[in-house]
Design a protein around this ligand. Structure first.
Ligand code: SF4
Length: 341
């Protein structure tokens, strides 16, 4: 079986090339073809000798994704379902913000976390994506749309910190200044709250934005919404967040999806202020997705705004996040689930 060439960091690829007797500058050329020129075949690497191209072809695969389906929202959000070449499919979303384009990548095929409000719930976990399979999502969208991206969010299907080593390697590849060159501050990792991995990430001292899916202010409510809370309750999670801030100096984003009569009343807002008081934090309020089986109903606009105003008046910065792509099922898992059913 051929190795996936995009699974290597630049250092690792140098080592690979060294083993087949190629000089370091050749590695840079290959790297630039892959990540700057975004080519799909070794044949397109025209400044390499025919002999080297043949060697590469024999030993490695570039792993270019095929597109199965693309949906486009009225607000410009585009959602792609990719065939990842082993019979599995994953989804990637391109979002347009005022400050630029952002690509939301998946980190696993399926997810083990079972969050009740998520469309991926009920889809079995199949496997982790490799580093190259994560990076190829960005390259595939850039190729198809003929764009350059300046922001990456790990907020698609999967729990990124449950695939820690591959996600970290993908970040190194995305960040490398000879290729995609996307700054760590423009890479955001969204987690349901795997405490030991948050601490491990803090110790790496990367400048990535950490985004925590909090969604509730008591362990009772949060455990009902997110089973992971049984393993890592709110206090432990927030301690790990404080550690992340201390190690990196970065502000943490807390995601809070508001569901009517569940977590959107004034008592919840008061508890949230108490929990986050004094922390370098920002709260993203999200109207909960409409896909659920009816367990959760979206809060009214009035309640969402009241909740936001209470937080802001009490020293916690909070904004309401636009529901990008809501007309095309842009919540994680939905496109893939429709395709499976
Ligand atoms: S919200 Fe994220 S972590 Fe939770 S089940 Fe969905 S994909 Fe997994």
């Amino acid at each position: 079986m051929k190795n996936k060439i995009k699974d290597y960091t630049l250092e690792e690829l140098k080592e690979e090339m060294n083993q087949i007797g190629e000089k370091a500058f050749r590695t840079i050329q290959i790297w630039e073809w892959l990540y700057k020129e975004n080519v799909s075949t070794f044949d397109e690497m025209t400044n390499l000798s025919l002999e080297l191209r043949k060697k590469l072809e024999e030993k490695y695969e570039i792993g270019t994704y095929k597109i199965i389906k693309k949906q486009e929202s009225k607000d410009g959000t585009k959602k792609f379902l990719f065939d990842i070449l082993d019979g599995n499919a994953i989804e990637t979303v391109l979002m347009e913000y005022k400050y630029g384009k952002s690509i939301c990548v998946s980190s696993q095929v399926g997810c083990k976390m079972g969050c009740r409000f998520c469309a991926s719930t009920g889809i079995e976990f199949i496997r982790n994506l490799s580093a190259g399979e994560i990076v190829e999502q960005i390259l595939a969208v850039e190729r198809i749309e003929k764009i350059k991206t300046n922001n990456i969010v790990f907020m698609g299907i999967g729990e990124p910190l449950d695939n820690y080593d591959n996600v970290l390697k993908a970040i190194k590849i995305i960040n490398n200044n000879k290729g995609l060159n996307i700054g760590a501050r423009h890479i955001s990792i969204s987690t349901s709250g795997i405490v030991p991995r948050i601490k491990q990430l803090a110790d790496e001292k990367w400048q990535c934005t950490l985004s925590i899916s909090l969604h509730a202010t008591t362990d009772e409510k949060r455990s009902k919404m997110m089973p992971i809370n049984n393993a890592y309750p709110i206090d432990e999670l927030l301690d790990a967040c404080r550690y992340y801030i201390q190690q990196t100096g970065r502000r943490i984003s807390f995601e809070y999806a508001l569901a009517k009569d569940n977590n959107d009343n004034l008592e919840d807002a008061k508890r949230l202020v108490k929990l986050l008081k004094g922390m370098l934090a920002h709260v993203n309020l999200i109207p909960i997705n409409k896909i659920q089986d009816g367990t959760y109903i979206q809060s009214t606009n009035e309640n969402i705004l009241k909740f936001r105003d209470y937080l802001n008046k009490n020293g916690i910065t909070a904004t309401v996040r636009r529901e990008l792509g809501s007309d095309i099922d842009a919540a994680c898992g939905q496109l893939r689930r429709k395709n499976l059913l």
